[in-house]
Design a protein around this ligand. Structure first.
Ligand code: ADP
Ligand code: MG
Length: 728
């Protein structure tokens, strides 16, 4: 008998090579995890045959005629097959080898692409296998359809799987019996049989339900273990100190905190005051005031004698955070300087593009503890960055960072620091339970008072009137004293690579090996670039006299800072940029955003971009310019135009991505595919699996009594790690 780790070669000799080379399938387990993509009923419905379509199914030979050919040697074979109602012709230009099998009344499975000859539908040299030598005793009603495996015929794949199942021992089950009984799930062995050799679609669904649950369960067990390991850690409590920086800061805040900010602030203060490290996710719409919440936590850390690090995804954002925080703190950020407040601290900035001297000075401030708050990009994660006493790590815009980066920064404390993760992409509950399953979550639901509404319109690029109206609106706003962003998907300095991190491919590429439903090739449109659009706008009569500049990630960082600072001071009217302005950039006076080739951006990304305007009490106007009328793109853009509810848009965004992308999209650190679990739709499954997993891990943290589960968890963790290492 075979197990999941048995090699395939001894079981399915010749086909094994094809499986290995075409699909990287080597073991029984690999093959059984090669799931059918769909099922067809066994009997062919020849009435549905269409030229160009792939046809597969059981039919009966009605007639067979061998003829000698006029221009060539040898004989050809003309066969008519029937499903009882419809007929179709089959032609072999070499009769030899087929005549004996294809005799009237014989039944077989036929497969091939339908063609047309003499205005009759026909299959030329189709693949077939006669039912006598295939499985005649066991007529399953459904034929599983697999993706193509090299040169193998579809039923060779089916037959290989079948043969493997024939010799398969019961496989170990990662789901404990009591859980299986409670959740009414079939065994893994039954599920594998059910999915590969079903009689009915109900059987398939039962199998899928079990496999889906298994994925959710194994995932939740890894999260439960992570959470448990974290709760066993001991750290230094960082309570705010009466009469400290936080109090001084609160006293000078120019606004009152919203109820949400106060509530989250209290939760954070409570958790940071304990000796178990905080692991909290703070989500809130763009502009909901997360930064203030984070800054207050950082000040508490400093008050208690520790340091706080703020990790930002881009240099632009890091410098902006540095600027904002320094400005908000005022003389509280001038610790150690003449005229600074008595209890003040210092805010350091660390990015990759700083000069060596600058960097050395910063590193010194960090290691000496003079800098209580350190803001930076990935550069913070490097080995030579040492903190005197890192008490709190804040990660901004989490979707750009993975678990691994979070861990790297966490490792810089002598004891594990408290961790606060902020994201402006609202995270649906199910995603919070999976991707961020090892974090507690808080949500800021309200925006601070005084936010102006944003109106969004889709602008078809090929309508000249609309475009000139767009630029006229831009000019009007500037005359009214406002500023404008124009966002483009490319830089255009002969860049091969695009800067936008979330650009969508024009069409989601399907598996190129799929033989039967090829997507038509999509035409490639050149994308608008920052430089080209800037050049056009400088010539645009409506914008005459306005000051326009470009901003993108490949500018030298002092230039970037200078442009951003000028825009912030209102010295520039129009900023033509890439998505570097996507996250966190805060210029309250900006009221219009024009997004070029808007269809090339994801829903959440557009929502993020749009969050840059409407911040200063001036109503915002967002114009999504598009040159496509492709349906999916139009749906996306209309959805963004129709609502400013970030949660709804996040849901839409995720639902439009492919399964495997969902985890990856939400967090780059976890790109391992889920085959059956649908993170958005399977909320109940995820919730149940989470409940079972957390209960089990509470009883048996090391999974000592659950070796099969332990092995499944290890396999998943290994796969994740491998995926991480591959990305480098
Ligand atoms: P987020 O990081 O969630 O996008 P920010 O913290 O950058 O939001 O806040 C956006 C703007 O709102 C900032 O200019 C900030 O100073 C301001 N702000 C934050 N909290 C409040 C509040 N309670 N009342 C008024 N303005 C606020
Ligand atoms: Mg922010």
């Amino acid at each position: 008998m075979a197990t999941e780790s048995s090699k395939l070669a001894p079981i399915i000799a010749t086909a094994a090579k094809q499986f290995a080379s075409a699909r990287d399938i080597h073991t029984v387990g690999d093959l059984l995890a090669f799931w059918p993509r769909r099922y067809r009923t066994r009997d062919a419905d020849l009435g549905t045959a269409e030229v160009g379509k792939f046809l597969v199914g059981v039919a009966e030979v009605k007639s067979a005629t061998t003829r000698s050919m006029q221009k060539r040697k040898g004989t050809m074979l003309n066969v008519v097959i029937t499903d009882g109602t419809h007929d179709i012709d089959i032609t072999f230009f070499k009769a030899w080898g087929h005549e004996k099998a294809l005799v009237p009344k014989a039944r077989g499975i036929f497969a091939g692409t339908v063609g047309m000859y003499n205005s009759r539908l026909q299959l030329t040299h189709p693949g077939y296998t006669m039912l006598d030598d295939f499985d005649a005793g066991d007529r399953k009603a459904l034929i599983p359809i697999y993706r193509k495996v090299g040169k193998l015929h579809t039923w060779t794949v089916t037959e290989s799987v079948r043969r493997v199942l024939d010799v398969l021992d019961d496989v170990p089950d990662a789901i404990p019996d009591d859980v299986r009984a409670r959740r009414k799930l079939v065994s893994r062995t039954d599920a594998l049989r059910g999915i590969h050799t079903p009689d009915t679609m109900r059987e398939v669904e039962t199998a899928r339900r079990r496999l889906r649950y298994e994925e959710a369960f194994v995932l939740q067990v890894t999260l439960a273990q992570r959470r448990r390991a974290a709760s066993g850690q001991v750290t230094t409590p960082r309570p705010a100190r009466p009469g400290g920086l936080l109090e001084a800061f609160d006293a000078r805040l120019p606004f009152t905190l919203t109820a949400g900010q106060q509530e989250v602030g209290a939760t954070i203060a409570d958790e940071m005051g304990r000796d178990v490290p905080m692991h909290r996710l703070l989500q809130g719409e763009v502009g909901s005031g997360k930064t203030v919440v984070a800054l207050r936590a950082m000040l508490a850390a400093v008050d208690s004698g520790g340091q706080a690090a703020l990790l930002a995804p881009t240099e632009v954002l890091a410098s902006q955070h540095h600027r904002t925080i320094t400005a908000m703190l005022g003389d509280l950020a001038e610790g150690g300087m003449l005229g600074g407040a008595e209890h003040g601290t210092r805010v350091a900035l660390l990015t990759g593009s700083q000069s060596t001297a600058e960097r050395r000075r910063t590193l010194l401030d960090v290691v000496s503890g003079d800098a209580g708050i350190v803001v930076g990009t990935h550069a913070l994660l490097q080995e030579n960055v040492d903190f005197l006493d890192l008490g709190l790590v804040v990660v901004d815009e989490q979707h750009r960072f993975g678990v691994e980066q979070r861990d790297a920064l966490r490792g810089k404390g002598s004891v594990p620091p408290h961790v606060l993760v902020m994201t402006a992409t609202p995270i649906p509950r199910t995603v919070a339970m999976t991707v961020f399953g090892d974090l507690e979550t808080s949500t800021l639901r309200e925006l601070p008072a005084g936010r102006a509404p944003i109106t969004t319109h889709v602008v078809p690029e090929d309508k000249p009137n609309w475009m000139s109206r767009t630029w006229a609106r831009v000019a009007e706003e500037v005359r009214a004293g406002r500023q404008v962003y124009v966002v483009c998907p490319r830089i255009g300095d002969d860049d091969a690579a695009d800067e936008g991190t979330d650009l969508r491919a024009e069409a989601v590429a399907d598996d190129p090996d799929d033989s039967d439903d090829d997507a038509p090739p999509t035409p490639v449109r050149p994308l608008k670039s920052v430089y080209a659009v800037h050049a056009d706008l400088v010539q645009e009569p409506a914008l005459a006299g306005l000051s326009l500049e470009v901003l993108h990630g490949r500018l030298p960082s002092d230039e970037k800072d200078a442009v951003m600072a000028r825009f912030q001071r209102g010295e520039l009217d129009v900023l033509v940029s890439t998505t570097v302005v996507e996250v966190g950039v805060d210029v309250p006076n900006a009221s219009v955003m024009v997004v070029m080739d808007a269809d090339r951006f994801g829903v959440s990304q557009l929502h993020q971009l749009r969050g840059r305007i409407g911040r200063g009490g001036h109503p915002g106007l967002c114009l999504l310019v598009t040159g496509t009328d492709a349906e999916a793109a139009t749906t996306r853009l209309n959805a963004v135009a129709a609502t400013t509810d970030g949660f709804e848009l996040a849901r839409l965004d995720l639902s439009q991505r492919r399964e495997g992308d969902i985890l990856g999209a939400a967090q780059h650190g976890r790109r391992t595919q889920l085959e059956f679990l649908h993170i958005l739709q399977d909320e109940d499954v995820i919730a149940q699996a989470r409940e079972d997993a957390f209960a089990l891990v509470a009883d048996d943290p090391e999974l000592a009594d659950h070796p099969h589960l332990g092995a499944a968890v290890q396999a998943r963790v290994d796969a994740e790690q491998a995926a991480y290492l591959e990305r480098g």
